[in-house]
Design a protein around this ligand. Sequence first.
Ligand code: B12
Length: 217
Amino acid sequence: MHEDLEALKRALIVADMDLGIAAVQRLVDRDADPTWILEEGMAVAMFDLGEMWKRGEVFLPEVVASAEVFKACNAIVEPVLLARKDPDAPTNALVLLATVKGDLHDLGKNMVGAMLRTSGFDVHDLGKDVGADTIIQAIRQMQPAIIGLSALLTTTVPYQETVIKKLEAAGLRDTVIVMVGGAPVTPEWAEKIGADGYANNAPEAVEIARKLVGASQ
Ligand code: B12
């Protein structure tokens, strides 16, 4: 299985759609843990790709192509992950997710959403490039337990703080738990802006979300 995971990572890095789909299908057929495929395979490959991009070894069009391969592979793994949902897991807690304004990165946010769903949370995804006004309106309408804010760019991370400040100004801050994440986000940043929770990856996000809502899920 490890060879298939390595093949999947390689396919993501070189943006080979056929090899990626074949590798992920082999892993799924062999009952590999979908969380393992996503976190140890796909997320790691995208991180490595980011490092190569920084070093000038790949360029934007190649990263766009890799993101397409990621989405196609995710479309195979995600249903397997969701099928593992325990039908008896107590649901209720609603989580709103958004990638903040100015930021179009959503692969990680989508993974967080899928893993929260599998763990019994209800998830409503507001999408990417989402401004504070949309978030505030959605909180008023849906009254979620948690809002999860994703940001992948150093230029958009500060918008997480903007959202928190606008929640305060709207008198909503005490009604909702705020979780923040995304590759450049740190626990220190989360604390500085007064977020309630931070997680480095999707399984951790589930663990923290459970703790924050005091769930036994
Ligand atoms: C794929 C990618 C893209 C794709 C995005 C496709 C998509 N639909 O998302 C495309 C090609 C479109 C893209 C565009 C750009 N990108 Co880009 N991109 C990446 C790359 C390589 C991977 C990101 C990714 O998907 N990782 C995989 C997922 C699974 O990981 P993740 O997002 O970190 O999510 C995990 C955790 O962070 C956490 N998490 C995520 N969200 C949340 C939310 C909550 C609430 C919680 C609790 C946890 C959590 O859980 C997830 C699962 O484990 C990164 C490199 C990197 N190191 O991050 C660069 C990177 C983020 N991009 C970068 C840049 C510069 C850009 C562009 C500005 C490039 C350009 N010149 O146009 C544009 C910006 C567009 C915009 N306005 O947003 C830089 C940012 C540098 C910086 N200082 O900010 C990076 C770091 C690359 C680099 N090394 O230089 N990008």
